[in-house]
Ligand binder design. Sequence first.
Ligand code: NAP
Length: 546
Amino acid sequence: MANVTTDIASNEPLQSTELDALVIGAGFAGLYQLLCLRDRLGLSVKALEAGGGVGGTWYWNRYPGARCDSESHVYWYTFSPELMREWEWSERYPGQPEIMRYLNFVADRFDLKRDIAFNTRVVAAHYDEAANRWRVRTEAGETYIAKFLITAVGCLSTANVPNFPGLKDFKGDWYHTGQWPHEGVDFTGKRVGMIGTGSTGIQAAPVIAAEAAHLTVFQRTANYSVPARNAPLTSKFQQYIKQNPGEIRSVTRETLNGMAFRIEPRLAVGTPPEDRERIYEAAWERGGLQFRAAFHDMMTDKAANDTAADFIKRKIRSIVKDPATAAILSDIDHPYAAKRPPIDTNYFETYNRDNVTLVDLRAAPIERISAAGVCTTQAEYPLDIIVFATGFDAMTGPMLRMDIRGREGVALKEVWEAGPRNYLGLQVAGFPNLFTVTGPGSPSVLCNMPVAIEQHADWIADCNRHLREKGLERIEAQPDAVDRWVAEVNEAANKTVLPMATHSWYLGANIPGKPRVFMPYAGGMVRYREICADVAARGYEGFALS
Ligand code: NAP
């Protein structure tokens, strides 16, 4: 369907594509949203994707060691038992190439690619109130007109390369892990410097160290990590998955954050120290994010959390042989899991290699990048390659880099100037018919992502069906509902130890100048699902429908 319209920015007449709904992104979220709206509701829908293929975060994050830390049998779609039987995971945690194969398999299985425009980055989306349509413009200047606009742009898709003076003068090569070259990077014989020790750096360091002549890790904030204990899945477990898709789906809908494990009801505070030690030791041996499920009070009581933190710090000191390096690695200043907890394969062991050096940026921060390498206030480190494992402008970044304007041309940037404000993480007041999948204000990054994504995409599709059945054209979050929801998001965070990590990306603190607001909803996926269902059952309470 093409018609001639006026380009929102230049006033030039352009061919536009007119649709019922437009989805931005073709990762886990965009693919499923497209499927829901196109195949279940019969809407005319397209997805626009900046990358050259499906995959979203997994399309871009091809760095060495990239692997999911949700277990594979819960890191997938569960809307189709047939699909769950047709696909077979090979390892406990899926690696990036396997996830890409899976998402391509899904996209082909449901014939989704015919409705996705790849290499198509959205730069602007403006709401036309008179027409009740969103006018969307791409980098190449194409325009799309849609009644509903759904952003499925991911939470961690805007790479953060710190603004170090001198980077442009660096004579070697540099890469951000979230924009990794498709052809890979050959580290053989190279002096590599890696900045950042979040989940990404912790995954990449052992793999780079095994290949490079030398790896220098620049650590600003010491971090916890628990062994992943990755391994091939046994054929017995693969059979269990095929035979029990319903049970797997149910478990991910009953556990606090969409994982395969339940949080133990026991309390760390009050458990005798020798019993607690035994429980932590078993959790360490089992590995993975399940470590934080060892005690119920770990995330809500600082004293309980201290017991977990102390256990991991002792583990670090027992693994790392050089006492000075061990001291820097275990000098962790925040509660366990208050920043996103990494899991690893031989991360701390990597510091026992002869070709690995740790630099403590707390003692001597990076001053600049020189032609030869990284300069801290104390020394210059000559390098051939710099790897920026420095994270993302999380959650709001992917939304705010587009020029999104609602009623009366008001920019989302203005509305979110002091931090994100929305209702249920789904809609912003003043931006009718715009939905955000796993945006700030929703459990998103605190949940196993595919579980959060399926809930959002289903809710948005059901909402669309409701509007159609009632002959309605528009849905918009109400300002008082937004106020209440922002208060609820804050309250949920404040019941946990999460805000105590004052420099975490959950708070936007990793980006200079970004407002410090705890962004994800920390009340748990189960409660969130109930709230969203309840709102819908009450005729979309808190939204204005017209
Ligand atoms: P991150 O957690 O934000 O870590 C970034 C690292 O870079 C931190 O150590 C940070 O230090 C450091 N850094 C940032 N700016 C710096 C600067 N100017 N100077 C020195 N150091 C600087 O980013 P990430 O590791 O890419 O992970 C982001 C998120 O992606 C994770 O939390 C997780 O949700 C997701 N992820 C998941 C997986 C998985 O599923 N396995 C893997 C990778 C990533 P500070 O701590 O001091 O800020």
